[in-house]
Design a protein around this ligand. Structure first.
Ligand SMILES: [Fe+2]
Ligand SMILES: [Fe+2]
Length: 412
């Protein structure tokens, strides 16, 4: 049986435009339907599952924005796009903020761009399907998920299989001040045991190794993609989250080093897992600021774990949102799992040691007072993990001072 592709519904009052679309998309494996009115669209939605709806801003009966608002209310898991010309600009900004169309396709469109937007929306739709209906509705109440900035793909393009073009990579990195600064700081930090001053990007790449470099860049790219203009949220401080992430990265690496002293691959993974574990907090702060603020306030007044408050307020929590986003960006599976399972490391299907390290590092980071954004509820490290990572009083003190050396120096 021929596999049925994703279902897309197009609405435009002009038959001729629909015909153009039909021609444009005829080679794609998509099951496309074309209708000329909002009522036909609503009737179709009632009778069959639709993944993606693409409406012109001007349809007959009601305008495209009203139609998409209606679709959002009745079918919250359907992804919604609008095709709109320049003259409707004012309308667009207002309705985009309301989240009814999740993205605008400009008119006249460029064929290749048009297809790319559809492809990206369909990928979001299929990824969402694995989630609960509440989660789908939450994700679908905001604009489409963003792509990572170009700087990241440029730097990634320097790695082909096991071969790395360090010269070219250093060139790309040098163009980005934030990334260059971060690399030089880490390369000169106590954590990577450097005795000589690392003063060029090329030396930094060699000291840190390309895996770490790639992932540090990834973490900067994520910040650029979602956190450049964070709204003000009571009880949440972006800089504190950064400090907390750095401390967790340092601790996570030190912890795993105590059980795998010579395995630099595991150490690098633990570092990255720690650095990115709270990606979901950044995403929640950026996409759902009002709900996040509510959850933080609730956790503080009730003195319960943040994730408990989050589930009560919006039916999911930052670890799940972060894991979802990491999958959207096609991060390596160990990072996806670290983000998803950092509160319950025993549940992860793989990379158990790395994720256990990130989990314990997260708790230690709070104990050592590195950025407690909405996480004021004290949590104990389970005895099993204390034994696993040899966490004696002495070891605790050693970890505290090593973290201070690196993170103190990095944030000062
Ligand atoms: Fe967390
Ligand atoms: Fe955390």
């Amino acid at each position: 049986m021929k596999q049925v592709g994703p279902k897309i519904l197009f609405i435009d009052k002009e038959q001729s435009t629909l015909e153009l679309l039909r021609q444009l998309l005829r080679d794609e494996e998509w099951d496309c339907q074309f209708v000329t009115s909002a009522s036909e669209a609503m009737a179709l939605l009632e009778n069959q599952p639709i993944d993606l709806i693409v409406s012109d801003a001007q349809t007959s009966e009601m305008n495209g924005f009203q139609l998409l608002a209606k679709v959002y209310k009745q079918y919250p898991s359907v992804v919604r796009l609008v095709i709109s010309g320049y003259s409707q600009q004012d309308n667009i900004i207002k309705t985009l903020a309301e989240g009814y169309p999740q993205q605008i396709i400009p008119k006249p469109w460029v064929d290749q761009e048009f297809k790319e937007i559809i492809r990206s929306a369909l990928r979001q739709s299929s990824l969402q399907k694995k989630q609960s209906p509440e989660f789908q509705a939450l994700i679908n109440s905001t604009s489409l998920l963003p792509a990572l900035p170009e700087s990241y793909s440029n730097i990634r393009s320097c790695i082909v299989g096991d071969e790395v073009n360090i010269e070219k990579m250093a060139d790309f990195i040098s163009q980005d001040i934030a990334i260059s600064g971060a690399l030089l700081h880490w390369a000169n930090s106590a954590l990577f045991g450097q005795r000589f001053l690392v003063d060029t990007i090329k030396k930094a790449i060699i000291v840190l190794g390309t895996d770490i470099v790639e992932n540090l860049i990834l973490s900067e790219a994520v910040i650029q993609a979602i956190a450049q203009t964070l709204p003000n949220i009571e009880g949440f401080d972006f800089n504190k989250l950064k400090t907390h992430s750095m401390a967790t990265a340092v601790l996570s690496r030190l912890l795993i080093k105590s059980i795998f002293p010579t395995d630099s691959n595991q150490q690098d993974r633990a570092f990255v897992a720690g650095l990115l574990h709270d990606l979901g907090k950044l995403a929640t702060a950026s996409f759902f600021p009002a709900q996040f603020e509510k959850a933080i306030t609730l956790a503080n007044t009730r003195k319960c774990p943040l994730q408990e408050a989050e589930i009560e307020v919006y039916g999911t929590q930052h670890a799940e949102l972060g894991g979802f986003l990491a999958e959207w960006w096609a991060f390596p599976p160990f990072i996806v799992n670290a983000i998803l399972w950092h509160h319950q490391p025993q549940t992860t299907p793989m990379d158990k040691d790395v994720i256990a390290a990130a989990h314990v590092a997260n708790l230690l980071s709070y104990q050592f007072n590195y950025g407690s954004n909405g996480e004021t509820y004290p949590r104990r490290i389970a005895d099993g993990y204390r034994e696993k990572f040899y966490l004696t009083e002495e070891e605790n003190e050693f970890l505290r001072s090593e973290t201070e050396k690196t993170v103190g120096a990095l944030t000062s």
